[in-house]
Structures are given as C-alpha cells and as structure tokens.
Design a protein around this ligand. Structure first.
Ligand SMILES: [Zn+2]
Length: 168
C-alpha cells in the first residue's frame, strides 16, 4: 500500500490503536537525500501506534534501500537500511520520567507532525558512519597508491644512465 505523506496526530493514532503500513515516497526528504550518493525511492514502514501508561508510542520497523559511497574504494554501494522504531510522542515541556522504558522521546510541536519528517529522522539515524564493501569491486578509476608509484620509478631506466651509455 502506498502511504500518503500527511500530518499525523500521534495522540489520536495511539488512542485508536492505528497501524501505518506500506510504502512512503522519499522524494521530499531533502536532508536524507543529500546524505546519499544516489536518489532513494521508498521507505517501507510498519508502525504500530498505542498508548503505554498514558503516553502515545510508536513501535515497528522502517526500511529503505539506499546508496552510499564506500569509504575504501569511493564507489557507490547499495545497502538495505533497516531499523526498529521506539518512539514516544511528547509535548515540548515533557516529563522525562513519564517516557516508557526503552522509548525515545520525540517532541511534537502543535500536536501534529508530517509523517515524512518522522520517517526521515528515523532513516537518518540508520545511515552508516563509514560504509565499506565487504570486498570492494574492481575500480575503473583506480587511483595509484604510493607503493605503486615507487615501483614504477624503480622500473624506469635512469635517463642519465642512458645518456652515459650513448657517450661510450
Ligand atoms: Zn568499496
């Protein structure tokens, strides 16, 4: 199912015991997209809203196929970012002690938040800090390493030595 990006009221959804399940387009998530090396299309979402000791919580999973740059070979790599969501919606001046154990408070101003904003924040937390291929593919734009440059120097004949040979 395709989820529309709309303003959600976590208190209302939690009271109703709603479930948001489906695909959400990542088109407008500019903060996320700017951290990626190729445009990402979709997030797959399964979020369960419920009340735990009077607090609206969101539990579930969020996943997206994203492309980032390998920090070793600098080529793109596509990975599945998958994370668990443990959020508790709170108003600006909230009481830390009321947050159910294991949940992260997320401040919702004016009672509503765009679904895409919540999902984007969750996806940004899933971005790998220093992504690397397990085995890097052959790089067509291979950059010479220092060792290779040294080897090359050793193999090339010294031009002065060649000149000396000619003089003989
Ligand atoms: Zn690599």
């Amino acid at each position: 199912m395709l989820l529309p990006d709309y303003l959600i009221d976590p208190w209302q959804l939690a009271t109703q015991g709603s479930v948001l399940q489906g695909r959400l387009p990542l088109t407008n998530m500019t903060r996320l997209q700017s951290a990626l090396s190729a445009h990402a299309e979709w997030a797959t979402l399964e979020w369960h809203f419920s009340m735990i000791s009077g607090q609206p919580v969101i539990r579930g999973t969020v996943a997206a196929e994203i492309t980032v740059q390998c920090q070793r070979c600098l080529q793109n790599m596509t990975i599945q970012a998958v994370g668990e969501t443990w959020l508790c919606a709170v108003h600006e001046h909230f009481n830390e002690e009321k947050i159910p154990e294991g949940f992260e408070p997320v401040i919702i101003e004016h009672q509503h938040i765009a679904l895409s904003q919540l999902v984007e924040d969750e996806l940004i937390l899933l971005l790998p800090f220093a992504p690397m291929h397990e085995v890097c593919p052959e790089n067509p734009y291979h950059i010479e390493t220092v060792e290779e440059r040294v080897e090359e120097k050793v193999e090339k004949p010294n031009p002065f030595a060649v000149l000396a040979q000619l003089k003989k």
